[in-house]
Design a protein around this ligand. Structure first.
Ligand code: ASP
Length: 607
């Protein structure tokens, strides 16, 4: 077995992971990396891994004595090529857990294509590696099955999306990434212009306005696998850049958009190997979602709906409840089911509710005789206790949780408690839901309003929007899966005067609107077709289907939660020359902070 010079041309005849018993007797050429290696009295076994999986290779120095040195120098993660013959594994060594477990390749020739230094972490799936290190060496991390599997799933998901879009007659159109700002509610990422010093491009928060221009331009069905950029503060399931399936259509409305989303979602789910019931996706209004689940992205893998107990307690003498009801608040509860908690566990529920914003939480445990054990039981009449148990469908052993407060707080807190104690009832369930009829504005505790969607979303009624903006509903809809928002969209405004009015109600002055979106308002005046669309976040969707707790696991080269890339070191300082060309100076206080950090200043205030 000699170390051969590398051959040109195709370096392998088959993927290592594809070998099966049928291949026994054939000569194959494999190329990949050395995974585990084991020495057994002179005979060396290696797992040769490539993008298709891995196969066991037997290297016997006796067969080719010349190879001794090479064989003993072999280390894990060396990149090698092996020529050999496939044979069935000897009796007793067959591994039925592995697709290639019935065979092994007896090597006749081994070529080291590239040696590997000792890796910063082992690549076997058994070692827990710090995420910072994994991201810094993402190219090694993706040799591991977890990331590799997720990249394959992501590719399949995108292919499924493209296939459906194509079958449905959508045109794939790219839109620019150096644009003027699009208002999606986040901060823009800016790119300075060298040719026009002092001016900036924004990276798109989404292709929103371009897809609307495509509709004005007569492209009746558009889609794109679009990169979006939002400079938001960290959240576990957000990245500063992310990819969406973005689509838009003309001469259609909400129903057709939702049908299309359902087609896409179903294809992705099945192509990724999951099954899904044929029933149409559950649909509920935003108001119903909040009322029943205390969330606009309800996890409906379990029921545990919020129940309004205000009527049942209308006459109560229990001050904590009566006071809230008199102030226009409400008393609501959920039945947490058979939680079997000791007193400390019940107290912990109260703390969880307080962390979620409640002043307190009343728990009640249903005893075997049907009576309710609770710290507040003595303040409530027998008939009130009975009515609470009945309203919450309580049976012995159930733990009930009740919150009394402003209605929005009650819903929010019980929504969180529901997620805290609820367990999916089925196994591996995918619970999709469309939430429709979103309000135009989010109403904050202090009564102020902020737009719930981008300002190109059509209100259900302009009149209501103007007369009572806080209750106005928009033609906006979301897709939710297992309690996560997968995407959102809306029917758009296709009339320039309506758009101007909506800007006004949203607090964007006519001057401001003209300055920022004058070009778009003008475009709306040239015969804009009615149009509507949607965008689905690809990483979030794939991460749920892959059972991954974090979207970073399905992003090839993710950033950390603070927007940094530990692999390439971005964001990073740049050369003074580059800044000078752009007409940019770093503020003196920033430079001073750099100096304090001790990193030295590459760009000084007087560049
Ligand atoms: N542009 C929106 C977003 O990125 C989606 C849409 O309204 O189509 O969330």
């Amino acid at each position: 077995m000699a170390q051969e010079p590398m051959k040109t041309g195709l370096m392998k005849t088959i993927g290592a992971g594809l070998l099966r018993e049928d291949d026994s007797g054939t000569e194959v050429q494999l190329a990949g990396w050395i995974g585990r290696r084991r020495d057994h009295g002179g005979v060396i076994f290696i797992d040769l891994r490539d993008s298709t999986g891995f196969a066991q290779v037997v290297l016997n120095p006796e067969d080719a004595p010349a190879s001794q040195d090479v064989l003993h120098g072999l280390r894990t993660e060396y990149c090698v090529q092996v020529t050999g013959t496939v044979r069935p594994r000897p009796e007793g060594t067959i591994n039925t857990d592995l697709p290639t477990g019935a065979v092994e390749v007896v090597a006749e020739r081994l070529t080291v294509l590239s040696a590997a230094e000792t890796l910063p972490f082992p690549l076997d799936g058994r070692t827990d590696v710090d995420e910072g290190l994994r991201l810094q060496y993402r190219y090694l991390d993706m040799r591991r099955e977890r990331v590799a599997r997720n990249l394959r799933a992501r590719s399949k998901a995108i292919r499924a999306m493209r296939n459906v879009m194509d079958e449905q007659g959508f045109l794939e159109v790219e839109t620019p990434t150096l644009i003027a700002s699009t208002p999606e509610g986040a901060r823009d990422m800016l790119v300075p212009s060298r040719l026009r010093q002092g001016q900036f491009y924004a990276l798109p928060q989404s292709p929103q306005l371009f897809k609307q221009l495509l509709m004005i331009g007569g492209v009746e069905r558009y889609y794109q696998i679009a990169r979006c950029y939002r400079d938001e503060d960290f959240r576990a399931d957000r990245q500063v850049e992310f990819t969406q399936l973005d689509f838009e259509g003309s001469f259609w409305g909400q129903e057709e958009v939702l049908e299309t989303i359902e087609l896409v979602a179903r294809r992705v789910v099945t192509d990724l190997g999951h099954s899904i019931a044929p029933d149409p996706f559950v649909r509920m209004t935003y108001a119903e979602a909040m009322e029943n689940y205390g969330s606009d992205k309800p996890d409906i893998r379990f029921d545990m709906k919020i129940v309004d107990l205000s009527a049942v307690l209308a006459q109560t003498e229990f001050k904590a409840f009566a006071g809230v009801l008199a102030d226009g608040g409400s008393v609501r509860g959920i039945n947490g089911g058979q939680l079997g908690l000791a007193r400390s566990g019940l107290d912990a529920l109260v703390s969880t509710a307080q962390e979620a914003g409640a002043k307190g939480l009343v728990w009640m445990v249903v005893e075997d005789d049907g009576s309710l054990r609770s710290p507040v039981a003595k303040f409530l009449s027998q008939s009130e206790l009975y009515a609470i148990a009945e309203a919450l469908d309580a049976v012995p052993g159930d733990t009930l949780m009740i919150v009394a407060d402003r209605t929005s707080t009650v819903l929010e807190v019980l929504g969180r408690m529901r997620l805290h104690v609820g367990q999916p009832e089925g196994h591996d369930d995918l619970a999709f839901a469309f939430v429709v009829d979103f309000p135009v504005f989010d109403v904050h505790e202090d009564g102020t309003l902020s737009p719930a969607h981008h300002p190109f979303t059509a209100p259900a009624s302009l009149e209501t929007l103007v007369d009572s903006p806080e209750t106005a509903v928009s033609k906006a809809y979301d897709l939710v899966l297992n309690g996560s928002e997968l995407g959102s969209g809306s029917v758009r405004i296709h009339d320039a005067s309506m758009q101007a009015k909506v800007f006004e109600v949203m607090g964007i002055s006519a001057d401001d609107a003209q300055r920022r979106f004058g070009w778009f308002l003008e475009a709306l005046r040239y015969g804009t077709p009615p149009h509507a669309g949607f965008a689905i976040g690809i990483a979030r969707f794939v991460s749920i289907l892959q059972g991954e707790p974090n979207i970073r696991e399905v992003i090839p080269f993710p950033k950390t939660q603070t927007g940094a890339d530990p692999l390439t070191g971005s964001p990073s300082r740049v050369e003074e020359d580059q800044l000078r060309e752009l007409g940019i100076r770093i503020a003196p206080d920033v430079v001073a902070a750099w100096a304090e950090e001790g990193g030295g200043a590459t760009a000084t205030p007087d560049v």
